[in-house]
Design a protein around this ligand. Sequence first.
Ligand SMILES: NC(=O)c1ccc[n+]([C@@H]2O[C@H](COP(=O)([O-])OP(=O)(O)OC[C@H]3O[C@@H](n4cnc5c(N)ncnc54)[C@H](O)[C@@H]3O)[C@@H](O)[C@H]2O)c1
Ligand SMILES: [Zn+2]
Ligand SMILES: [Zn+2]
Length: 407
Amino acid sequence: MKAVVFHAIGDIRLEGVPEPKLQKPTDAIVRLTASAICGTDLHMIRGTLPGMRAGTILGHEGVGIVEETGADVRNVHRGDRVVIPSTIACGSCFYCEHGEYSQCDTANPNGAMAGTAFFGGPASSGPFQGLQAEFARVPLAGAGLVKLPDEVNDDQAILLSDIFPTAYFGIDLASVQPGDSVAVFGCGPVGQFAIASAKLKGAGTIIAIDCLPDRLETAEGQGAEIVNFNKENPVDAIRRLTSGKGARVAIDAVGVDATQAKEGWLASWIPTAEKSRHAKELREVAPHTNPQGKNWRPGDAPSQAIEWAVEGLAKCGTLSVIGVYPDSARFFPIGMAMNKNLKVVMGNCPHRKYIPTLVGLVQNGTIDPTQVLKEEVEPLVSALEAYKAFDLRKPGWIKVKLEPALV
Ligand SMILES: NC(=O)c1ccc[n+]([C@@H]2O[C@H](COP(=O)([O-])OP(=O)(O)OC[C@H]3O[C@@H](n4cnc5c(N)ncnc54)[C@H](O)[C@@H]3O)[C@@H](O)[C@H]2O)c1
Ligand SMILES: [Zn+2]
Ligand SMILES: [Zn+2]
């Protein structure tokens, strides 16, 4: 079968690999009808989320049809249409029983303290073969797979595998209440669904911060007040838009590949000391990089989004970090956060906790995720070109869906 395979930082390939087989009674084999490229995949190829093993199939977002199930998968059967949660969990350990699926004690073969188990990730996450392929082995399938009703199509369902639940988790963690002001850093797919989720919770002012005009336009289309950090200081703008107080909630939907201002007067005012501090952070989180032309270049300021978020928050506000940072990231403006009495919440999304609820919201028409953002649809065989274009931020490409069936 065809799959997108990680070989080294800056080196991914589309190649023929053996089809997966059932290995345990709790496994299922799913024939993928849709997968997608995520900002998390970019971190791995740029080298800012290290530890990938050569030969790992990439991808952790998937929708498909169950082909085969092990003897201990009792709730899904051959022919069922399912969404695959990005994170893998057993459903019955202490953490899973408390809804903390991404901290499952048993799913990760490296042990209970090894971290979140997910598809297509670094060695420390399993590693498990990913979902940018024609078929996938889904471990602990009974606890993970969520059946899809006919009313939810693949274009909608692929957004329920990772992106929408992650954003909804970030808003839920921050306990967003009706009327709250929410600043969303990053207007990629996760940021766009953070805006949509904040709206579902009745948020008041929603401020969206990015530097990409097409993504800001999509955020504005959702009703957010937009701030282009290449044109104005985002912290000053947030304060102006919140009567001087700052936002009650800030969402980091950027993560480790954050960039600083690149154009305009703000860029020319970045002190040399700040630039060299960011460069040092980058060396710490990404000791190995392998840019190919303009592709696979890490962001130049890993702590930038976090710093602006902490600065832009109101006193006693809540910072919710859903952007991904590797274990090696040691930066955080602790003094400013402490002295403002901030609450800080964060983590990897426990997808299985939210997916059934979100499938229900799509089924009953409360929200249509395909109206939140436009998906670019590409055949799996064009995945490498799609990856490169997505990495270069091709205008209009906010989310790329890959379809094995298209040629
Ligand atoms: N916690 C989880 O479980 C989970 C799940 C999925 C994705 N993620 C993470 O969420 C983050 C966003 O994912 P995505 O797919 O939307 O990624 P993306 O790369 O498509 O989007 C990130 C956006 O942030 C913008 N940005 C860069 N620097 C910025 C700054 N200083 N301030 C504001 N915006 C800035 C970029 O221009 C880009 O539009 C990534 O870190 C991804 O790894 C986390
Ligand atoms: Zn993802
Ligand atoms: Zn568990």
